[in-house]
Design a binder for this molecule. Structure first.
Ligand SMILES: *Cc1c(COP(=O)(O)O)cnc(C)c1O
Length: 346
């Protein structure tokens, strides 16, 4: 297999920059489990401030942030309301059934985004026959929804219905900062609509590892217990937390470049006969496109591109997903579109 030159497979594929590595190498560290790691404490403080929450917790991954949050909010037999495309349903190995022993009620939103009325309809009546509706989960941005941004007003509407019925609200903010940069809405405004949320450091922000979960003191206290329970409490974790602080200071505004490159790629791809964008409205750094109008399956196209050093993943037989990030330039997206056109025209 040829070396990958242009990696549009995921924003998790980026390499830490030399400056980030330097920040990591010189980080002050201590025993994180005893809250003695100054770099972890600093990062948690920064995220607390950024999101306007009371407290924050450093965790190894976004998946752990989600699963711990569900476990804190929900108990056995409770029901979680989420979009059918949600990461917690499709990519977390059945975690809700195992860790919080809860059910998930899947809604059919628009590009992963549902509204107050959808939630209202999904909330169970107060009956001994029904599970107890407990939590609403929103994904900012929606991954399988094509990187769609939840508008602030939609979130506020959903939050109002949830509160009225005594449900909590959790935000999977794997790409929260993409939403912030794309919409111009401050992170704290999005955060104010939910009880708990996290942001991933290892997606568009370009860190090697880590995510930070935020909420009330009470919520984070209980999340600490889960962090220990599932083995997520670390030692000299400042080495990786320092990358997070570096990224929050240096890699947020540049997400606008990823969005602009994504729009450019979408434009070029939409001009290739046999290719259709799944959504014309590319708001952030994810581009889904359908290749069923070509003679090849998405998997074949992916394999042929890979032979030329371009990596774009197939979602199924017909659909592919490309993702821009800090290791992908404007020239790269143009070249990737050229190679895609070559492969498709045979
Ligand atoms: C990647 C992702 C996660 C999981 O994050 P990891 O850090 O890879 O565990 C959760 N939700 C969404 C929407 C994601 O894209």
């Amino acid at each position: 297999m040829k070396a990958v030159r242009i990696n549009l497979y995921s924003d998790t594929q980026s390499q830490p920059t030399p400056a980030m590595r330097e920040a990591m190498a010189s980080a002050e560290v201590g025993d994180e489990q005893h809250r003695l790691d100054p770099s972890v404490n600093k990062l948690c403080h920064e995220v607390t401030e950024l999101l306007g929450k009371e407290d924050a917790l450093f965790l190894p991954s976004g998946t752990m942030c989600n699963q711990i949050s569900l476990a804190v909010h929900c108990g056995a037999g409770d029901e979680i309301i989420a979009d059918q495309s949600a990461h917690i349903i499709n990519y977390e190995a059945g975690g809700p059934a195992v860790l919080s022993r809860s059910l998930v009620r899947a809604l059919d939103g628009d590009c992963g985004v549902f509204d107050a009325e959808d939630v209202q309809k999904a909330i169970r009546s107060n009956s001994y026959h029904a599970p107890r509706s407990r939590l609403v989960v929103v994904e900012q941005t929606s991954n399988r929804g094509g990187g769609a941004v939840w508008p602030l007003s939609t979130l506020q509407g959903v939050a109002a219905v949830a509160r009225e019925h005594g449900l909590n609200l959790h935000m999977d903010g794997a790409r929260l900062m993409n939403a912030v940069v794309a919409s111009g809405v401050p992170a704290a405004d999005f955060a104010a609509t939910v009880d708990s949320l996290w942001l991933d450091l290892s997606k568009g922000l370009g860190c090697p590892v880590g995510a930070v979960l935020a909420g009330t003191h009470e919520f984070i206290d209980e999340a600490w217990r889960w962090k220990h329970r599932v083995g997520g409490a670390m030692r000299q974790a400042g080495i990786i937390a320092a990358a997070g602080s570096w990224a929050l200071a240096n890699h947020v505004e540049r997400l606008a470049d990823d969005h602009s490159n994504a729009r450019q790629f979408a434009k070029r791809v939409s001009e290739i006969p046999g290719v259709q964008l799944v959504s014309e409205d590319v708001q952030t750094n994810l581009i889904f496109f359908n290749v069923s109008g070509s003679q090849l399956s998405a998997q074949d196209i992916s394999a042929r591109l890979r032979e030329q050093g371009v990596w774009i993943g197939a979602i199924d037989n017909e659909r592919m997903r490309a993702v821009t990030h800090l290791d992908v330039s404007r020239d790269d997206v143009n070249e990737a579109a050229d190679r895609l056109a070559d492969v498709i025209s045979g």
